[in-house]
Design a protein around this ligand. Structure first.
Ligand SMILES: NC(=O)c1ccc[n+]([C@@H]2O[C@H](COP(=O)([O-])OP(=O)(O)OC[C@H]3O[C@@H](n4cnc5c(N)ncnc54)[C@H](OP(=O)(O)O)[C@@H]3O)[C@@H](O)[C@H]2O)c1
Length: 430
């Protein structure tokens, strides 16, 4: 079984320890390993996609695995060849490659970019077969990498057109989802993360603090933070929760993978920023302020506030608002974030930000959501908030425009909670 869909993907972080060289390895195990190893690049390869590669010898024994680990670093296939040359020596590697099979989650690249062409590096390797999960959507590569392999006599298999590999291909498509979306639409990939009780409660009035979901679901939320380039919260969440918005995942053994993502505050009037700069202990300012970006509307925010923020290392970007609603024009937010190199953003709440993402019929001021990550707890919380709970507000006219790709909805259990991944049709999302 391919452990990707309907599976908590962060479980794969446990699989980052590789099998020993020479261990028998089924094609299915190799496919799972290629997905797992790709996660080594989480948060470090954008705008490139996550890619993993696994090499089996002619007798289906594991030889090695590698990932594209950081932007500007070697691609997965080149990393694999370089690592194995170092550990085995060129001659022994040649023997292992002869008649072997490579599973790689993305079509090997054809072009010389920051790194040399992987397809050319593989062409003279003696491999029998290269099975790639998904065609590279980049027009510079699309189909050309496979062409180079075929010309060299290697059987280049597009997993999407082969019944044995279709489930893996769908997972590889998902793995490269941000990249595919960026290339095809020119827009940021936007996720919406919601923790909700059974009765739709997402926040409490007043000072009441309670976790809606359990520890396991919250750990999964940290995995999502690793995956996205940036995470965003509304001003209300900063004022209510003073969140850290960093990565604290219990399965992470390698501390270098716990990087803090870019942290964005949707703060049109600068009220959260004012509070944070006023000597209050807001970790977004006291810890790594340079990873925090505050969005401020052009009008009505004092220049002095902006200067004080910038003196603390915080980036303040001006984005126009729609005067009637007081909401940001979201295509401008998209452009401003892209100018900072951000290609994917996870909207983490709270209730007001959810409402603006799901509840407004106005496409200009509504974030274009591509995927909803919903964590549903079995608790009923409405009557536990004396001042009245805030429930998720969906505006049916807006949410009916959010067309759910039912064939791709994923559902998995996280102890007592359910995790949903709900992809939205790109045509409706853009
Ligand atoms: N269940 C969960 O998963 C979850 C996650 C995070 C937070 N929360 C909870 O949610 C509560 C906070 O919710 P909240 O509704 O008070 O605050 P919020 O959603 O964090 O922030 C709302 C504010 O953000 C700004 N904003 C949001 N969307 C905007 C848009 N499209 N354009 C311009 N500005 C926009 C507005 O600021 P201005 O008012 O300054 O204009 C708005 O009032 C907290 O209790 C927190 O614990 C729950």
């Amino acid at each position: 079984m391919i452990r990707w869909f309907n599976h908590p993907k962060d479980e794969l972080l446990r699989d980052l320890a590789l099998p020993g060289s020479g261990t028998p390895c089924t094609p299915e195990a190799a496919q799972n390993l290629a997905l797992a190893v790709a996660l080594r690049g989480l948060g470090s390869v954008s705008p490139n996609p996550l890619v993993g590669a696994v090499l089996l010898d002619s007798a289906n024994h594991f030889v090695g695995a590698a990932a594209h680990e950081r932007l500007g670093g070697l691609h997965a296939e080149a990393r694999l060849l370089a690592d194995l040359t170092k550990s085995l020596g060129a001659k022994a590697l040649q023997q292992k490659l002869k008649g072997g099979r490579l599973f790689v989650t993305l079509e090997p690249c054809a072009h010389e970019g920051r790194t040399p062409s992987c397809a050319r590096a593989l062409a003279g390797s003696g491999l029998k077969e290269v099975i790639y999960g998904v065609i590279d959507p980049n027009p510079l590569v699309r189909g050309k990498g496979a062409g180079i392999l075929r010309e060299a006599g290697i059987n280049a298999v597009d997993a999407s057109s082969h019944s044995d590999f279709k489930p893996w291909s769908a997972a590889c498509e998902d793995l490269a989802g941000f990249f595919r979306h960026n290339i095809s639409t020119g827009r940021i990939f936007t996720g919406l993360k919601i923790a909700s009780s059974m009765d739709g409660v997402v926040a409490f009035e007043g000072d009441r603090r309670i976790w809606i979901t359990g520890e396991r679901a919250r750990a999964y939320g940290h995995f999502l933070r690793m995956a996205y380039d940036a995470i965003a919260v509304g001003a209300g969440t900063v004022l209510a929760d003073h969140p850290r918005l960093n990565v604290r995942h219990p399965f992470l053994k390698d501390p270098s993978m716990s990087r803090t993502p870019r942290r964005v505050v949707v703060d049109p009037r600068g009220r959260a920023l004012e509070f944070a700069l006023g000597g209050n202990l807001v970790p977004l300012v006291t810890e790594e302020p340079e990873t925090t970006v505050w969005l401020i509307a052009q009008h009505g925010v004092e220049l002095d506030l902006v200067h004080r923020a910038e003196a603390r290392g915080i980036k303040v970007i001006a984005v126009p608002i729609e005067p009637e609603s007081g909401r940001f024009i979201w295509s401008e937010v998209d452009g401003a974030l892209q100018a900072l190199g951000i290609r994917s953003v996870l909207l983490e709440g709270g209730a007001g930000l959810y409402a603006s993402a799901l509840g407004s019929g106005d496409g200009r001021t509504r974030p274009f959501v591509n995927k909803i990550h919903l964590f549903q707890s079995p608790q009923i919380l409405g009557d536990r908030s004396p001042a009245g709970a805030k429930a998720l507000r969906w505006n049916t006219s807006a949410s009916s425009q959010l067309s759910i790709r039912q064939d791709r909805v994923q559902l998995f259990q996280l102890d007592c909670d359910w995790g949903f991944e709900i992809p939205l049709d790109t045509a409706a999302g853009v």
